[in-house]
Write a protein that binds this ligand. Structure first.
Ligand code: HEC
Length: 158
């Protein structure tokens, strides 16, 4: 291969990299980006809610399962740590189906603190589950549920 065609190939390759990059960063139009942001954050909450299910069952009388509680706690730590990230995109000016209230973006520090409170509650739940103490795990699971509710009361519409 001569020098010129090598250069041409290099140029083609870098073009391909640029267009792949664009495709991965999602749709360029703001309306579509807002739709994607709402879809993503709802998906995080769906997963989070799924992670909490065994704890809901336990609080309703299902037998204590320390391993299931530990897994739930770890999953909720992961999803709660994503909440501030998935709300970075301010969707207030878009006409979109969402229950997110404006306070999320006008009072972001409080919103992020509520996400951190949930994370801390999930860390406590993991310790309680690891101790094998059913009562302590019950109290910790209730505290996690309260951390969900505290944020919904302030930042999610009915
Ligand atoms: C820091 C705030 C915050 C915390 C903590 C939080 N949520 Fe939410 N949650 C929201 C907001 C805001 C929405 C609305 C999202 C939207 O409609 O765009 C929501 C929506 C949801 C939804 C509906 C998702 C959908 O598909 O529309 C579920 C289910 C949910 N949350 C469950 C939970 C559970 C379970 C917990 C605790 C383990 C929790 N959330 C903790 C703020 C929070």
């Amino acid at each position: 291969m001569n020098g010129v065609s090598k250069l041409g190939l290099a140029a083609l390759c870098s073009l391909a990299v640029v267009s792949v990059g664009r495709a991965q960063s999602g749709p360029a139009n703001p309306e579509a980006q807002a739709q994607a942001a709402v879809k993503l954050r709802k998906a995080v909450f769906d997963v989070q809610s799924y992670a909490y299910l065994p704890m809901g069952a336990f609080l309703k009388g299902a037998p204590f399962d320390a391993t299931a509680a530990e897994t739930a706690a770890q999953r909720i730590q992961m999803t709660s740590s994503m909440i501030p990230d998935v709300f970075k995109f301010d969707t207030r000016k878009f006409h979109i189906m969402t229950r997110a209230l404006d306070g999320i973006w006008t009072n972001q520090a409080d919103f992020n603190q509520k996400a951190k409170d949930l994370h801390d509650a999930a860390v406590n739940l993991e310790s309680a589950a690891k101790s094998g103490d059913a009562d302590a795990t019950k109290q910790a699971a209730i505290a996690v549920g309260k951390a969900c509710g505290a944020c919904h009361d302030e930042f999610r519409s009915k």
